[in-house]
Design a protein around this ligand. Structure first.
Ligand SMILES: NC(=O)c1ccc[n+]([C@@H]2O[C@H](COP(=O)([O-])OP(=O)(O)OC[C@H]3O[C@@H](n4cnc5c(N)ncnc54)[C@H](OP(=O)(O)O)[C@@H]3O)[C@@H](O)[C@H]2O)c1
Length: 247
């Protein structure tokens, strides 16, 4: 049977690269996002690439009250799911979040509350099904609070803890939970940053790592691999040294 895959945040550049790989595997895909025109272009592309079926659903993930309905629609499109990937998010300006509680609240809600609530809805269904993989993109930014992006980092760190707890809960049901922690990836989200150099990866490279981690039912993925070691160092820097850095 072709795999049933729901991608929440279907227009994310990383998600598009993942979806293309599942199209190669003749998957049935549910793409959920707010930009229907972009989703339709992606749907046409994925069908040409070999996807068996591509169903579209419109949702604004900042609308927390609408999440239960979005989860239900994604779950029922093919009568259950083998994989769900949560791939949406925003990269807020730290200075703006420090100056405005409204900006901080929006960033925290989209990057933590929303995926946590959505995954909570889906987790109950995966648990009852007793099979499948839940994957979500957090970030290396969640590994240690840093002056340059601690609101985003706190939301992603919270998501990491949520996924850890979900993994613990769903283990007896045979459901795997994957926490994906990319470093710098060249996507629209990072288009305003100076790019290039060995630390930057393409969405295609990250997508390859994500599929391999899903296939192996891994718990935590740093992608590309070297971020595991960079973050090991960042996390273990003694505070007096860390405080002298501008990380
Ligand atoms: N790029 C990096 O360096 C990097 C590093 C670590 C982690 N990440 C994480 O990777 C994930 C994917 O990001 P990306 O790099 O692929 O960036 P991206 O291409 O800019 O994707 C961001 C996605 O979030 C969606 N989105 C934002 N707000 C939304 C809302 N209210 N409702 C529905 N969808 C919404 C966007 O939809 P629209 O197309 O409608 O705008 C887009 O699909 C994010 O969680 C991000 O935090 C990225």
């Amino acid at each position: 049977m072709s795999p049933r895959v729901a991608i929440l945040g279907g227009t994310s550049a990383i998600a598009v690269a993942v979806a293309r790989r599942y199209a190669d595997r003749k998957a049935r895909l549910v793409l959920v996002g707010r930009d229907l025109a972009a989703l339709e272009r992606e749907q046409a592309d994925l069908l040409v690439r070999g996807a068996e079926q591509v169903v579209l659903q419109q949702a604004d993930f900042a609308d927390l009250a609408a999440l239960p309905e979005a989860a239900q629609a994604a779950w029922t499109a093919f009568g259950g799911l083998d994989l769900t990937l949560v791939a949406y998010g925003s990269l807020p300006e730290q200075a703006e979040c420090a100056a405005s509680a409204e900006a901080a609240a929006a960033a925290l809600a989209l990057n933590f509350n929303s995926p946590a609530l959505l995954l909570g809805e889906l987790a109950n269904r995966f648990e009852a099904q007793r099979a499948g993989v839940i994957a979500a993109i957090s970030s290396v930014a969640g590994d240690r609070g840093r002056q340059s992006n601690y609101v985003y980092g706190a939301a992603k760190g919270g998501l990491q803890r949520f996924l850890e707890g979900l993994r613990h809960r769903l283990h007896p049901a045979g459901v795997a939970v994957l926490d994906i922690r990319p470093g710098f990836v060249s996507t629209p989200m990072t288009a305003h940053l100076p790019q290039g150099g060995p630390l930057w990866a393409t969405p295609e490279k990250v997508a390859g790592d994500i599929l391999a981690a899903i296939d192996r039912r891994k718990a935590v993925l740093y992608t590309p691999w070297f971020w595991r070691f960079i973050l090991l160092i960042v996390r273990s820097l003694p505070r007096p040294i860390f405080h002298r850095s501008k990380l």
